[in-house]
Write a protein that binds this ligand. Structure first.
Ligand code: ZN
Length: 304
């Protein structure tokens, strides 16, 4: 993984991707002439740098909101990455529930919306260069909130939709498929928008169109990744030793494993102790039932 680890918060590595620096420079160059046309401050580039840094700070706060919610629910968060499109909070955990997933996803856009409204409120009470920067930061934060709530993966709205479908149908894999395909459609729609922008005669049209194309590419890759891996991860997450247990005494050659295993931990335990059947053991070391590896295979294939 390429990137710089700049901090560690609540057990998560905060990683800055080199692409963030690149996009920062591009944004400063794109926005400086606009600040100049607004007559904002003695040096439009200084204004533009302040604006871009405020923007990155608000994206960071958006990611911190995801991190705080995930940690609140006891999920593991190995890293928070700040990159081209803002950020990505990687969340792991086999004990996730759809409603926890929904709350964890929705707090990010909510944070952006609140930050945006606060900035717009302060912008209304100021003038000159402060007004221009606050207004731009407020506007973009509201835009980030709205864009992130589009119901396609890998966006926050896609995670909300996945959680809703998961809650209603009981299948996370179904949620991944629907939200993944909507993410791909959103990417294609952005490509169409970028092409339309390039046809405009505005001098900044090409720069903006390229930004939109970069966003489209990011969306397509994230949605495709979700469709490729998310379905398998969801199927694994749905496995639970207790659910698959047979209420019968284990055959003599059975390997003992804990009845509390589920998801990836269960698969790891089975892979480390290959056998046709397992004696499921509770906290007090009592055998409570039998798990057949064939039942695990079948459950994986039939999930979602
Ligand atoms: Zn987010």
């Amino acid at each position: 993984m390429s990137g710089w680890r700049v901090a560690r918060i609540a057990g998560a590595d905060i990683i800055v991707r080199p692409s963030l620096v690149l996009i920062g420079i591009v944004l400063v160059i794109v926005f400086a002439p606009q600040f100049e046309s607004l007559g904002a401050g003695p040096n439009p580039y200084v204004t533009s740098v302040v604006f871009v840094l405020s923007l990155f700070l608000s994206v960071f706060l958006h990611e911190l909101a995801h991190l705080a919610a995930a940690r609140w629910f006891g999920m593991t968060v190995p890293s928070v990455e700040l990159h081209l499109l803002g950020g990505e909070t990687r969340i792991e955990g086999d004990s996730r529930h759809p409603w926890q997933e929904l709350v964890t996803a929705i707090v990010g856009p909510l944070c952006s919306l609140i930050l945006g409204l606060i900035a717009l409120w302060f912008a209304a009470a100021t003038d000159g260069v402060t007004h221009s920067v606050l207004w731009s930061v407020g506007f973009i934060n509201v835009l980030i909130a709205i864009f992130n709530m589009l119901p396609g993966l890998p966006l926050d709205g896609g995670r909300v939709l996945r959680a809703l479908i998961w809650a209603v149908t009981g299948s996370e894999a179904k949620g991944v498929r629907v939200a993944g395909w909507i993410g791909r459609l959103a990417a294609l729609a952005l490509v169409a928008i970028a092409i339309a922008m390039m046809l405009g005669d505005d001098v900044f049209a090409l720069g903006r169109a390229l930004l939109v194309l970069a966003v489209a590419l990011f969306l397509w890759q994230g949605a495709s990744y979700a469709l490729r891996h998310g379905v398998a991860i969801a199927r694994i997450g749905a496995l639970d030793a207790r659910d698959l247990m047979r209420d019968e005494p284990p055959p003599p050659e059975s390997v003992p494993i804990s009845v509390d295993l589920s998801g990836r931990e269960l698969l790891v335990a089975l892979a480390e102790n290959p056998a046709n059947s397992y004696a499921l053991i509770d906290d007090e070391g009592r055998v409570v039932g039998t798990l057949f590896s064939a039942s695990v295979d079948r459950a994986y294939r039939e999930a979602g």
